[in-house]
Ligand binder design. Sequence first.
Ligand code: GSH
Length: 302
Amino acid sequence: MAGRLNRRVRTLHRSLPEAEQARSKRCACGFSPHAGDGAGRPHARIRRGNGTKRALRGGVQFRLVRLNALAFVIRVNRVICRTSCEENFVLTIHHLGHSQSERIVWLCEELEIPYKLEKYTRDPVTRLSPPELKALHPLGAAPLIEADAILLAESAAIVEFILARYGHGRLQHGPDHPDFASYLYWFHFANGNLQPVMGRSMFIGRCGLAPDHPIQVSVQGRLDKVLALIEARLAQNDYLAGSAFTAADIMSVFSLTTMRLFHPVDLKPYPNILAYLQRIGARAGYQRAMAKGDPDLTPMLT
Ligand SMILES: N[C@@H](CCC(=O)N[C@@H](CS)C(=O)NCC(=O)O)C(=O)O
């Protein structure tokens, strides 16, 4: 009888809908007591199905009562854990106005996760970070976040950290997704190619070199190629990683928008980039992020 019951329960576990199995892993805490019964058994094994109830007779009823009680405790734990983790969760974003840290505010708005925003203003002369921000990290650059007593710098690391801890699979593609490689490429293209060439171009531009100086020509040529590549990509896809908006877009948009405060680049030759920026500007998450992080700035979407 016990063998038959075990076989039955195993079958029920295999047939549980995927969504129910996924829900059992959803807490942001990283430690998930509700994902099992504490003894390595997934909670689904003790769920009660109509067929199971009929299969139980006599002494086995006692076992059913115990299992039901355990299931109840686990469900309550799941609710308490999810609620308390969300309440105790404190993510602080150190945001320098008009900077790459807009990405992190935007990410949190898209994910709709709570965060505390610490804002800093650039030095009016140097346009670098103020002393309060410099005091937090040896490089003194934004973004910086504090989460669970961790201080983390670098946009890409921060975006990956937040997605891994609080994303629940949103705004990213995993290895099984057909756009996984594209997602990785464009995610890393942002700080690996686009932002560096915008920065180089800005600094070389300030050196006052003649337009035909080899360095000027080389940097301009690289910038043109990078923008042409993005233009071609967006001619075929609504978003950089494909048809879906992802963190690859969140990583890239600063360089095409706010960065142009520091280094004006005319995007008129790139109609698909401009159309893309309109799609971005229509997003409620982007609008909220810019309104909270940089209320003095009209997003540079044209
Ligand atoms: N690769 C870094 C770049 C960080 C960075 O250079 N941030 C600039 C803002 S766009 C900054 O803080 N500049 C002020 C300073 O360095 O004092 C990242 O993506 O986080």
